[in-house]
Ligand binder design. Structure first.
Ligand code: C5P
Length: 205
């Protein structure tokens, strides 16, 4: 079984993907980490604007490095949103993602183009959303819990800018697959969102 989960930044899709994977005993791939890893490599080389260098980093990406806490930083996320618009970078990451998904017994992948480009034949496709304000509130809570000082208005502006970039790019823009089931988590807590997602998976399989 392949479960494809897409949605905008801070929509809760990552937490959902992890919990669904654990529930069904499937491996999980947070595909945003791949773009974050490429971005961090380029940031270290001060080459964030070089698409070819990005593709090269993507081709020699070591999956063992995806646990690096630096990938979780806001800078890595912003950089990922830049490099993910480079078609060469996206192309260089397709194979790895498809192989991960196709390995038995299947997998849960979350990102922006899983249901549309990476796994168009996935048994289950979820498109997870929440209002930009709610996503900013959640992101602020998460950062405060990590001890960071946050400006919620700034976070909201960042989220809106990221949405515009992810949805507006020409290469694999963020959009729901035609056969994706939409799950709006604005009014749901994590447990309610998980229960709703499991109900969708059960209906689809
Ligand atoms: O989900 P996360 O915030 O880690 O993703 C970081 C950035 O990577 C996103 O803003 C998006 O631009 C990009 N991304 C993508 N395709 C994916 C996963 C992430 O373009 N499948």
């Amino acid at each position: 079984m392949i479960v494809a989960i897409d949605g905008p930044a801070a929509s809760g899709k990552g937490t959902l993907a992890r919990r669904i994977a654990a529930h069904y005993g499937l491996p999980h791939l947070d595909t945003g980490l791949l773009y974050r890893a490429v971005a961090v490599k380029l940031i270290h080389r001060t080459m964030l604007d070089d698409a070819e260098a990005g593709a090269e980093e993507a081709r020699r990406l070591d999956p063992a490095g995806l646990n690096d806490p630096e990938l979780r930083s806001e800078a890595a996320g912003a950089g990922a949103s830049v490099v993910s618009a480079y078609p060469q970078v996206r192309q260089a990451l397709v194979e790895f993602q498809r192989r991960f998904a196709a390995t038995p017994p299947g997998a849960v992948l979350d990102g922006r183009d899983i249901g549309t480009v990476i796994c168009p034949d996935a048994e289950v496709k979820l498109y997870v959303t929440a209002s930009a304000e709610e996503r900013a509130r959640r992101r602020a809570l998460e950062l405060r819990a990590r001890g960071e000082t946050v400006d919620e208005a700034e976070i909201l502006a960042d989220i809106r800018a990221r949405d515009a970039r992810d949805m507006g790019r020409t290469s694999a823009p963020l959009k729901p697959a035609e056969d994706a089931v939409h799950l709006d988590t604005t009014e749901l807590d994590a447990d309610a969102a998980f229960a709703a997602a499991i109900a969708i998976v059960e209906r689809r399989t």
